[in-house]
Design a protein around this ligand. Structure first.
Ligand code: FE2
Length: 219
């Protein structure tokens, strides 16, 4: 008897990325073949000048787990680590973090998550990679943005090796520019038939004075 040709069930589609000028489109990340949603929003200059003022002193990393109901009160406590004077000028920055985090948790149908806010002044993750998480919110408030690779420019088999082998076409490298808000899918072992995680890296920092301030919310 002749067997029918082998057809793989639930073969995952090639991952794609959605770029939008509207935050209302963020639910598109929930499509099984989308591994990055990027909201391209303009710089908020009052936040930038507030942060450049804060950067004159050491800013310790801020990390805390919070329920969606306690974000406002927890962010007030966290703010004191960076801004003991509660400068009015900074309100917009801390409100922005609260709002993005709430929107993200509602999108992910989660009641809690971990907020990371930190200053980066090295080339920690300069190799293209994927991370292990279900969903992550990411934005750079200050300094250079994170770079990512569209699928056609990526050689996934080379992940873990050199950038020159991972990147098929360097002209296709994209950037989550400052203030752009990314919702990223990671690679979760054991979960089949979902999009492969977005391949990304931190930008190179040539000079130690070129600091970055990033927000990350993981679930
Ligand atoms: Fe990463």
């Amino acid at each position: 008897m002749k067997l029918p040709p082998f057809i793989p069930l639930n073969k995952p589609k090639n991952p794609r990325q959605v770029i939008s000028h509207s935050w209302d489109d963020r639910k598109k990340i929930l499509a099984s073949d989308v591994n990055l949603f990027c909201w391209q929003r303009p710089e908020i200059t009052s936040i930038s000048s507030y942060l450049s003022q804060l950067l004159k002193k050491e800013l310790p990393p801020i990390k805390f787990y919070t329920s969606i109901y306690e974000i406002d009160q927890n962010i007030v406590k966290a703010r004191l680590k960076w801004d003991q004077n509660l400068l009015n000028q900074g309100n917009l920055f801390w409100i922005d973090i609260c709002q993005l985090t709430k929107d993200f948790l509602l999108l992910a149908k989660m009641s809690s998550g971990t907020i990371h806010l930190k200053v980066i002044d090295d080339n920690a993750c300069s190799k293209f990679h994927t991370d292990q998480y279900k969903l992550r919110l990411f934005t750079t408030y200050y300094g250079k943005g994170t770079q990512w690779l569209p699928e056609q420019a990526t050689n996934r088999k080379a992940l873990g090796g050199k950038n020159e082998l991972i990147v098929k076409d360097a002209s296709k490298i994209q950037e989550l520019s400052p203030y752009h808000v990314g919702v990223l899918k990671g690679t979760v072992p054991g979960i089949i038939n979902r999009s492969k995680g977005i391949v990304h890296r931190s930008p190179r920092i040539e000079n130690r004075k070129d600091k970055r301030i990033i927000l990350r919310v993981d679930i």
